[in-house]
Design a protein around this ligand. Structure first.
Ligand code: ING
Length: 319
């Protein structure tokens, strides 16, 4: 019996700063219904799917954007999303800004979070973004800010996987997809589908030469991650021109072969879907990328210990 999951990637167009949660959730519900009509079991929403990408603006106080965070999930505005998904018999994954309850010392924590919700409405997985890009203070030379390092903490929880939708599901967020370790950490845990939401401005201020390559780099890293770990990868964008900043769309569903099997064609709200055969993963996990047989972990961390290897100054001999 082949294990298949019908996965929908629910790409979002721009979310303006003054769009209310209820207005955004109405768009998400519409995409859920499109997913149900397409026979989806699981619909994947982007990173920060409930609000505009607020780290593009500097606030003097770090809590200056707290109105864009969720203190509970589901919360007052998102309960309808959970209810509709359950009514439709759909699971979903959604990225949002998480503001934690105060610790005993009164401190709170801010994470760029994604949760995985099964078809019965239960939250079965939570991932907090590990690789936080950008900068942590105002840099006026930029046409817009990318202050994720001001508004989100780096999570120390690492990359985990969950048994759900008949397979092994992992999650990552945006910049995580550019790091090969992201996929391998989950590949070593037998992941069969990795869900990745992203908000990616086309303009990369530190090196504008990369602007024209944003689409290429986006698919390059996810296709490589899928192939080298024998897993499905679902990349879901919030794209289009949001508050004057053009962001990459090109949401896609990638097979364990590295092939793109579904691709968004717009920069707006768009659902793409594919019936994903999870048993296809074994074609790679059990052959080319049979880690137990062919992988050499004992070699990989010995930076510079090999004779004659010139180690650049910036690469230290990690303990
Ligand atoms: N965004 C971007 C990403 O990694 C970025 C940051 C933009 C990096 C452009 C490089 C080039 O896709 C998030 N949210 O991580």
């Amino acid at each position: 019996m082949t294990r298949t999951v019908n996965i929908g990637a629910a790409q979002l167009g721009p979310i303006s700063a003054d769009e209310t949660r209820d207005q955004v959730v109405a768009r998400l519900v519409d995409l859920l219904r499109q997913g149900a009509a397409a026979g989806c079991d699981l619909v994947v929403f982007p990173e920060l799917a409930l609000t505009t990408f607020f780290p593009r603006w500097f606030t003097e106080e770090v809590d200056g954007h707290d109105a864009y965070y969720e203190t509970s999930m589901p919360g007052p505005s998102t309960q309808v999303l959970f209810d509709e998904a359950k009514r439709l018999g759909l699971g979903f994954a959604i990225g949002y800004a998480e503001l934690t309850e105060p610790d005993d010392d009164g401190s709170v924590h801010r994470y760029n979070t994604t949760i995985l919700v099964e078809r019965d409405g239960s939250v079965v997985g939570r991932y907090r973004k590990s690789h936080i890009p950008g900068h942590d203070n105002d840099e006026p030379w930029r046409p817009f800010q990318h202050l994720e390092r001001r508004y989100f903490e780096e999570s120390d929880e690492g990359f985990n996987v969950w048994g759900a939708f008949g397979g092994v599901v992992g999650m990552a967020t945006c910049n995580d997809r550019r790091w090969p370790e992201t996929y391998r950490e989950m590949g070593l845990q037998g992941v069969e589908m990795i869900l990745i939401g992203y908000n990616t401005p086309i303009h990369y201020a530190p090196d504008p030469g990369q602007n024209a390559l944003q689409g290429f780099h986006n698919h390059l890293c996810m296709q490589a991650g899928a192939y080298q770990n024998g897993t499905w990868v679902v990349g879901v964008a919030k794209g289009g021109i949001e508050e004057g900043v053009e962001s990459l769309a090109q949401s896609c569903i990638i097979a364990p072969s590295g092939q793109i099997v579904a691709l968004a064609v717009s920069t707006g709200d768009e659902l793409i879907s594919a019936v994903c055969d999870l048993d296809w993963c074994a074609n790679y996990k059990d052959t080319l990328f049979n880690f137990a047989t062919y992988r050499r972990p004992e070699l990989y961390q010995r930076i510079g210990s090999q004779k004659g290897v010139i180690v650049p100054d910036h690469v230290s001999n990690q303990p």
